[in-house]
Write a protein that binds this ligand. Structure first.
Ligand code: NAI
Ligand code: MG
Length: 352
């Protein structure tokens, strides 16, 4: 089977980990007889912005619309472009214009990875964060008045729609229903954010009536964060608004050792638009150029892409290779090793 894939490395370590994902994909696609027709793209990067004054060409949407998926590295180079410009000019455009309303982020503690939480072993932590990805707290609605004076007032609205909230809740319930524990945690804050969050609770209760076999557990975001650290084994699927989900999905991977392992899928589940697969981490300017970034988050994201395209066996083979290398090494410095990005990528590709 042939799939059209847009490959966008972006900035910083995005440019270092992407080649390792392509290496692993090449190996696994050869083994499973999958053809990927790749389009390599240098825009959606701060280099492009520096040259053109914009993050992407005007016709970016038509250029990407007939792709089966987008594989994305990371965007952001704060020394040359402010983060809100680089992010809103690229990734957030993709998420919104392509209606990638699910941001799925697996959190798993692997064998061979030192866990920062005392007494946890592989298998204890294995859950999915489902983040709403198109609305909520991330809006451009608001403004400043009396700017720069003592009377300065700043307003930024959150926008939740019934369509947007119900569809992410339904997706999370469906996911929980397919898993053995059938447990769904809702991140809420209905005690403090007294309009939108009680409404989220209500929407969850209503959607829950369609899923009698799934157990719904509502937790305020503050204690929920604490429990990610103290009792990570109690989570199975966690559903959250855009902001809460963003925070939880960095905290989760941090509890499993390193953000360098965490993948994500930005999904338009109906397939009307291409979905986008990217590591959770950013461009890591502090380590860029040394070839020491952990490539696993990127490679696992490529595996999620294969799974979403229906190539489950290829996904499983990739994940197995990742698991094996995490046990045997080589390991990058964030995993306590001394290997390079390339060493680890080559080892994973060779196992396939
Ligand atoms: P970051 O994720 O780039 O880095 C945070 C810390 O984790 C750094 O110390 C970094 O060295 C480390 N790290 C990240 N990925 C790693 C890997 N694969 N292996 C080993 N260590 C790794 O987040 P930060 O520093 O807040 O942001 C840097 C830039 O990235 C900013 O411009 C930001 O806007 C952008 N960013 C982009 C994202 C995206 O493209 N989806 C997501 C997060 C940040
Ligand atoms: Mg984030």
């Amino acid at each position: 089977k042939t799939y059209k894939i847009a490959v966008i490395p972006g900035d910083g370590i995005g440019k270092e980990v992407m080649p390792e994902a392509l290496r692993a994909l090449s190996a696994v696609c050869q083994r499973f007889d999958i053809l990927l027709e790749m389009t390599h793209i240098d825009w959606a990067s701060c280099d492009y912005y520096t040259q053109h004054g914009t993050m992407m060409p005007d016709d970016w949407k038509t250029r990407l619309a007939d792709m089966d998926a987008i594989l994305f590295g990371a965007v952001g180079w704060p020394d040359s472009v402010p983060d809100h410009i680089s992010l809103w000019g690229s990734l957030l455009q993709f998420r919104r214009e392509f209606d990638q309303y699910i941001n799925l982020r697996p959190v798993r503690l692997f064998e061979g990875v030192p866990c920062p939480l005392a007494g946890r072993k592989a298998g204890d932590i294995d859950f999915l964060v489902v983040r709403e990805n198109t609305e909520g707290e991330y809006t451009n609605l608001g403004g400043r008045i009396f700017a720069g004076t003592e009377r300065e007032v700043v307003i930024q609205e959150s926008v939740f729609t019934r369509l947007g909230t119900d569809r992410v809740l339904k997706y999370a319930f469906e996911l929980a229903k397919q898993r053995s524990r059938k447990h769904l945690t809702l991140a809420t804050k209905s005690n403090g954010i007294a309009i939108s969050m009680p409404w989220w609770d209500e929407r969850a209760d209503e959607v829950a009536t369609g899923y009698p076999d799934v157990q719904l557990d509502k937790q305020h975001i503050d204690i929920l964060s604490a429990r990610f650290v103290l009792q990570p084994d109690r989570f199975d699927v966690v559903v959250a608004s855009n902001l809460f989900g963003d925070i939880l999905s960095d905290l989760g991977p941090a509890c499993t050792g390193t953000i360098g392992l965490a993948p994500s899928a930005n999904l338009n589940p109906e397939g009307r638009f291409p979905s986008l697969f990217e590591p959770v981490h950013g461009s890591a300017p502090d380590i860029y150029g040394r070839n020491i970034a952990n490539p696993v988050a990127m490679i696992w994201s490529a595996a999620l892409m294969l799974k979403f395209l229906g190539e489950t066996a290829a996904h499983d083979a990739l994940l197995h290779a990742i698991e094996t290398v995490l046990v045997q090494g080589p390991r990058t410095p964030d995993l306590g090793g001394q290997a390079s990005t390339t060493d680890m990528g080559v080892a994973i590709a060779q196992l396939i």
